[in-house]
Design a protein around this ligand. Structure first.
Ligand SMILES: Cc1cc2nc3c(=O)[nH]c(=O)nc-3n(C[C@H](O)[C@H](O)[C@H](O)COP(=O)(O)O)c2cc1C
Length: 136
């Protein structure tokens, strides 16, 4: 099974999760600027909310790489929201890409809120999450 990790980050919060996934399942984490060069049966896709939506670069990544994505497993951070699935599914559905029910989402530091998140507990949790997905 081929697995890939891609993420988008502005202040580094989601990169912390991406690096944890990468180290848990021994796959390199790359930014969404890096296209998929071969089919990923599972794509761990990390991103966050900025003004109630995912960044356009993330959406473009899905559209442009749709033929190389088996299934997306979302992960991400945000200050208030609890899931990235809605904006990701909207784009994925439009181009016929599957999105897994399972997802990891946690708080991400923003201004004076959620200092230090993702923290060690978040990193431990997403590491377990990623291992469970690939060993399913
Ligand atoms: C310009 C901007 C807009 C944001 N809008 C939202 C939002 O609408 N909802 C939310 O829950 N968090 C919002 N946040 C908080 C980020 O989603 C949060 O800090 C996240 O962890 C950032 O991840 P990153 O460091 O990987 O970019 C916003 C942050 C910024 C900088």
């Amino acid at each position: 099974m081929n697995i890939a990790v891609r993420y988008y980050t502005r202040s580094g919060n989601t990169k912390k999760l991406a690096d944890a996934v990468a180290s848990a399942i021994a796959v390199e984490a790359k930014e969404v600027a890096s296209p998929l060069t071969e089919k990923a049966d599972i794509l761990f896709l990390g991103c966050s909310y900025y003004a109630f939506d995912a960044d356009a670069e993330v959406k473009r990544f899905i559209t442009e790489n749709k033929d190389n994505i088996g299934k997306i497993v979302c992960f991400g951070t945000s200050a208030m929201m609890r899931s990235m699935k809605k904006p990701i599914k909207k784009v994925a559905d439009a181009v016929g890409v599957a999105v897994a029910d399972e997802e990891f989402h946690c708080r991400g530091e923003f201004a004076k809120f959620h200092k230090g998140r993702p923290n060690e507990a978040d990193i431990a949790e997403i590491s377990e999450f990623a291992k469970n997905i690939v060993n399913k």
